[in-house]
Design a protein around this ligand. Structure first.
Ligand SMILES: [Zn+2]
Ligand SMILES: [Zn+2]
Length: 112
């Protein structure tokens, strides 16, 4: 949790100074979580940028998070597709946040 709080603060600063693009964040400043932990929330759907949005079906993509396999997948429940550049980038951030969260946990266990 401490690792997460630190990471959120660092990403907030980097984003404010233009060093980090919001799409590349591994944490979410709205929910205070790793991005893969809250990406299933409706807040992460954006019809304009097409993050988690299938334009052809006008539907939000369904998120499946496999913490054990460390993978996140998103697809449209209507057409099974719904890919977009924004969604691809969001998926990359989710997969990176799963590994970052794991590293944080391992570190905490090692310290304890
Ligand atoms: Zn969030
Ligand atoms: Zn669709």
């Amino acid at each position: 949790m401490i690792a997460l709080a630190r990471r959120i603060a660092a990403e907030d600063r980097a984003e404010d100074t233009g060093l980090l693009h919001p799409d590349d964040r591994l944490t979410c400043h709205v929910h205070g979580k790793w991005i893969h932990q809250c990406v299933a929330s409706a807040t992460h759907v954006n019809q304009v940028t097409r993050h988690r949005w299938c334009r052809s079906c006008a539907t939000a993509l369904t998120v499946v998070v496999d913490e054990l396999g460390a993978t996140v997948t998103m697809c449209c429940s209507r057409c099974g597709g719904g890919e977009s550049a924004a969604t691809t980038r969001l998926l990359a951030a989710c997969n990176a946040s799963i590994s970052a969260a794991r590293k944080g946990t391992r570190h905490l266990i090692a310290v304890a």
